[in-house]
Design a protein around this ligand. Structure first.
Ligand code: RUQ
Ligand code: CUA
Length: 660
């Protein structure tokens, strides 16, 4: 690819890069905490928090839900990683959730939780999150706090610019961090044929507005840059979505140096509405692609995994008007759109200013063809001056991400100078700054990326904690910091450690989620293939060397609780149905020596554990969740006999043993 008219600017780079590596540390927090901070974060026992915060777990692959302002951890929602705590990714029902075109992948790196939106406002229905490593987008149902769908994205590496949604969640998008040859090409090419053979692909995942079901509608084939982050337009800019990209140098080695050559990289503006129309008109090219689509059925409590084999694509160089590039200084990272949809804030990691682009000026520059060269022959680069509304001057060092409040202010994190900077959206003037401990990446404000921010609380998500907490060996806690943004000056209220590394978070008023909460699953609606709806229907069935145990759990016994006739060489599937029909009464299930996790079964649900007994003898099993005063009595025994023995299959509970 060719980018014409671009100056190279290297000298200041090493200086900036070293600042980036050794970030400055602000002074101690002590004095910056107000006396009334404690009162503002105190949520009395028995009282609910006002806000839910959903933090990504980064390399934990999960999401953690916290109450704000207290900072109380409410739940870890397993998404991309197996979770032995409740059997996610271990039970027969949930294993298919982690299937991919590469087979079973039990881990990922989750960065950006994204709440579904209606009219540009958080609607509290679903939470999307990206898997970065083996590219995937997951959807969590906020009625159950469960991962209900995972869609793999073909043709890309590093699904980092993801999963940002359009104004009405028409689409969630994912874009390439690591460009690579498309799946339909011969992948076995030299790495230094990058410029000829590598491509980027922007995935548009359609979301069903009634039930949230995702499907890969189309992919735009784009130049092989590294696409970093995204945000969709809203209101007047509804039809557009913006991506930052770095490595417009198209380097494939030592990116630290080679991808920082140019003075400016780009914000890529994509007219998704136009792309959608082209696809509708049949202009797409269907290409071979292999990707898994995993869906959890909330009635059968069972996931299925389907391997898809093709996707629609549009090569953006063939369709003028789909893509424009806005020059953006110094390795851009975050890109954020103001609540009115009129300004686009981009942050160059090594830049000394924050450029704010004007959506209207962008349209105008497109109209008047105010171009500054082309990418790949015919993708226009718009003139920086023509699209710029202004620059926030001297914001600090290492600007990364920006969110907005309800009063016309923007807040940007400064990674290198470790602070959050508040500035006014209309005149770009800096109003206030507050140190952050230390090196904040993203920040989150309640509704802060939506059309109607609620404001009040800001969370700074810090990358380094150093001396902030009791040490825990070489690996120290990750943390976030709660800041009060109601007044003119920001006030530090609280900081608390997090699970994994919180890259990004989304905060939402609790009321929007509380009203939809599922308290238990109705037993009568349970469509699991192995459900047992009452104790009298419990049974053990042998079919060759496969044994199915249909078990029930209710306070305080598992039925049956004496099972004989299992033999070495058998594959045993224990299907436990929790018969309870009340809130907050899960039962657990675990077997001694099973090469597996436990099950944690919600009221009305059926879960299945695969067990391959390895030793002859008596094997206890029990409920792992302290469910009642007689929880410790909730237990039973298997008898495992040698292979080929003629111990009859027998199962029973209590004084009236049942035999088969
Ligand atoms: S990133 S610290 Cu993975 Cu969203 Cu910006
Ligand atoms: Cu059921 Cu303990």
């Amino acid at each position: 690819m060719k980018v014409s008219h671009y100056k190279l600017l290297i000298p200041t780079l090493t200086v900036l890069a070293s600042m980036f590596a050794f970030s400055c540390k602000p002074g101690k927090a002590g004095s910056s905490v107000d006396a009334d901070a404690a009162q503002k974060v105190y949520v009395a026992p028995g009282k609910y928090d006002e806000v839910y915060a959903f933090l990504s777990g980064g390399f934990s692959g999960q999401i953690a839900a916290y109450g704000i302002p207290s900072g109380r951890l409410l739940k870890v929602i397993p998404v991309f990683s197996q979770n032995p705590e409740n059997g996610y990714g271990y039970s027969e029902e949930t294993k298919p959730m982690l299937n991919t075109s590469h087979g079973f992948v039990p881990w990922d790196d989750s960065h950006h939780p994204e709440l579904s939106k209606t009219n540009g406002e958080d609607d509290g229905r679903w939470l999307f999150i990206n898997g970065n490593n083996t590219p995937r987008i997951a959807r969590v149902d906020l009625a159950t706090f469960r991962t209900v769908e995972i869609l793999e994205l073909p043709n890309i590496g590093g699904n980092h610019a993801s999963p940002f949604c359009t104004e009405n969640t028409e689409y969630v998008v994912g874009n390439t961090r690591f460009s690579e040859p498309l799946d339909n090409s011969k992948g076995d090419v030299p790495i230094d044929s990058y410029k000829q053979n590598f491509k980027g692909a922007v995935s548009f995942v359609k979301v069903d507005k009634d039930n949230g079901a995702m499907n890969l509608a189309f992919q735009l084939i784009v130049p092989p840059f590294n696409y970093d982050l995204a945000h969709a337009g809203k209101g007047p800019s509804h039809d557009w979505i913006f991506f930052t990209c770095y490595n417009t140098e198209e380097a494939h080695t030592l990116l630290e140096v080679n991808a920082s050559q140019r003075d400016k990289d780009f914000v890529m503006a994509v007219n998704w509405k136009k792309a959608e129309e082209l696809i509708k008109e049949g202009k797409g090219t269907k290409i071979v692609a292999k990707y898994a689509h995993n869906v959890y059925n909330e009635n059968s409590h069972t996931a299925t995994s389907t391997i898809e084999t093709a996707t629609q694509t549009l090569d953006v160089t063939k369709f003028p008007g789909l893509v424009y590039y806005m020059p953006c200084p110094k390795s851009p990272h975050g890109v954020d759109v103001t609540p009115d949809g009129l300004s686009i804030v981009a942050s160059g990691k090594l830049a000394a200013v924050i450029p704010v682009f004007s959506f209207n000026k962008m349209l105008d520059a497109i109209d008047k063809k105010q171009f500054d060269g082309m990418v790949d022959g015919n993708l226009p680069v718009l003139k920086y001056e023509s699209v710029l509304r202004g620059e926030v001057k001297k914001p600090g060092l290492g600007p990364l991400h920006t969110e907005f409040d309800d009063k016309g202010y923007a807040y940007t994190t400064m990674f290198v100078s470790s602070e959050v900077v508040k500035w006014k959206i209309d005149n770009l003037e800096i109003i206030d700054r507050i140190p952050s401990y230390y090196s904040p990446g993203h920040l989150s404000i309640v509704g802060g990326d939506s059309k109607k921010p609620y404001g009040k609380y800001l969370l700074a998500l810090n990358k380094i904690t150093k001396d902030r907490y009791l040490p825990t060996g070489p690996e120290l806690a990750q943390a976030c910091q709660l800041i009060d943004i109601t007044g003119n000056k920001m006030k530090l209220l609280l900081d608390f450690p997090t699970i994994g590394e919180p890259h990004y978070a989304q905060m939402i008023l609790a009321d929007k989620i509380l009203k939809n909460q599922v308290k238990f699953y109705k037993l009568e609606d349970n469509k699991n293939a192995y459900v047992t709806k009452s104790e009298k229907d419990t049974k053990v069935v042998r079919n060759g060397n496969r044994v199915d145990v249909y078990m029930t759990a209710i306070r305080s016994h598992l039925a049956p609780d004496n099972i004989e006739g299992i033999k070495i060489g058998d594959e045993v599937y224990i299907h436990v149905t929790n018969l309870e029909q009340d809130w907050d009464v899960p039962h657990g299930f675990a077997i001694k020596g099973a090469n597996n996790a436990e099950l944690l079964i919600m009221p009305g649900e059926t879960c299945s554990l695969k067990w391959v007994p390895g030793q002859v003898g008596i094997v206890p099993f029990y409920c792992t969740d302290f469910c009642s005063a007689l929880h410790q009595e909730m237990q039973g025994y298997f008898r495992v006999s040698p292979a080929g023995s003629n111990t009859p299959l027998k199962f029973s509970i209590g004084v009236n043993p049942v035999t088969q």
